[in-house]
Write a protein that binds this ligand. Structure first.
Ligand code: AHR
Length: 354
């Protein structure tokens, strides 16, 4: 009887040892997640919660773990874009790891490194600025993790560091703004004094929208950009900088060209507080076509907005899946876009999705 209970005791001990070893193994795996940044959140659908390693290998048709490093939440446009991408990833049954960079490049670099440590299958990356990402993108490539650029491009020599870019043609958006202005002012004698609210310094949309606009007005002597400064794509800064423009140039200003609608909306407030009529005394051009711009246009306070469509989440996820199915993707894929004027605003406002 004693002998039997000794053998039984040995079995119990062995079983406990096996349990202990298994527990150690799983601590190691989840331990890698502790590298995640504070601003990083994991959004996992229920059925993914118990995901085994073989389910996340990133092969065709498999569930993927996708790290998404977003610029921030600086504008209406950005909020709509974040939702579109997050929903598309989750709706397709993939696992999302999300990080909001709060418009800081160093946060994005940390987030991408954290995604690499966590061995995600793919990284979606919308860079705050164009330059300075070579090293971290090389690290992703060395780890065998494909990077998909969403919305904004990077300026790197080696374009094998990313799979494809899906987003808008920002230069063309700037051209559209310039063409609208040239047409609108065709009967007007010069000078036409323009103030410009630029987006985030060093960002692709700020660089490209400026370039496209200047390309159209250059050589046409009556147009002059008399002031140009960044408003960092936010309403608060747009208002602040417009106040400064008004202080130094006052009624000299004929046109505001704003690199996004949020800054234009902030500027409209500054113009009204100054005692001028936005949309009449000062023509207002914005970019994005967010609801707020349609409201301002319907109220006669803004003249035109150039569309920049943020709702490309489903298209992006489709591209990621096609990559994992072995398809060779084009290096640049453009989102189709339009332009809307004041007279269309009231009719279109109820149909706007963002
Ligand atoms: O990169 C797209 C730009 O970024 C949008 O025009 C702007 O609103 C956003 O913040």
């Amino acid at each position: 009887m004693k002998k039997f209970s000794n053998v039984k005791g040995l079995f119990v001990l062995l079983f406990a040892l096996i349990l202990l070893l298994a527990a150690c193994g799983s601590t190691d795996e989840s331990g890698s997640n502790s590298d995640a940044e504070n601003n990083e959140t994991e959004e996992t659908s229920d059925e993914n919660a118990e995901q085994s390693e073989s389910e996340t290998t990133g092969e065709a048709g498999e569930k993927l773990v996708i790290g998404f490093s977003q610029v921030g939440a600086e504008s209406e446009w950005r909020t709509a874009n974040t939702k579109s991408i997050q929903n598309a990833i989750k709706d397709a049954g993939h696992e999302l790891k999300f990080s909001d960079a709060q418009q800081k490049q160093e946060n994005q670099i940390k987030a991408i490194r954290s995604f690499i440590t966590q061995k995600v299958d793919a990284i979606v990356f919308s860079p705050v600025v164009e330059t300075g990402f070579e090293t971290v993108l090389q690290e992703a490539k060395d780890a065998g993790i494909p990077v998909f650029l969403a919305d904004r491009a990077v300026d790197v020599e080696d374009d094998s560091l990313w799979v494809t870019f899906l987003g808008s043609d920002f230069v063309e958006e700037g051209r559209k703004a310039g063409r609208w202005l040239v047409e609108e002012m065709s009967d007007q004698e010069g000078p036409v004094n323009i103030v410009e609210l630029q987006g985030t310094v060093g960002s692709a949309p700020a660089i490209d929208r400026k370039e496209g606009f200047e390309e159209i007005i250059s050589g046409k002597d009556k147009f002059e950009i008399i002031k140009s400064q960044t408003g960092d794509f936010t309403r608060a800064k747009g208002k602040e900088v417009m106040e400064a423009f008004l202080k130094s140039e006052g009624e000299n200003i004929d046109v505001l060209y704003s690199h996004n609608d949020d800054m234009a909306i902030g500027a409209i407030q500054a113009i009204e507080e100054y005692g001028l009529k936005p949309g009449e005394d000062i023509k207002i051009i914005g970019v994005d076509a967010v609801k707020g711009a349609f409201e301002a246009m319907a109220a006669g306070k803004m003249n035109v907005t150039i569309e920049c469509n943020p709702l490309f989440g489903p298209q992006l996820v489709d591209l990621i899946e096609r990559h994992f199915e072995g398809e060779e993707l084009d290096k640049r894929i453009a989102v189709e876009e339009s332009m809307y004027t004041m007279d269309q605003a009231e009719e279109l406002l109820p149909t706007r999705e963002y």
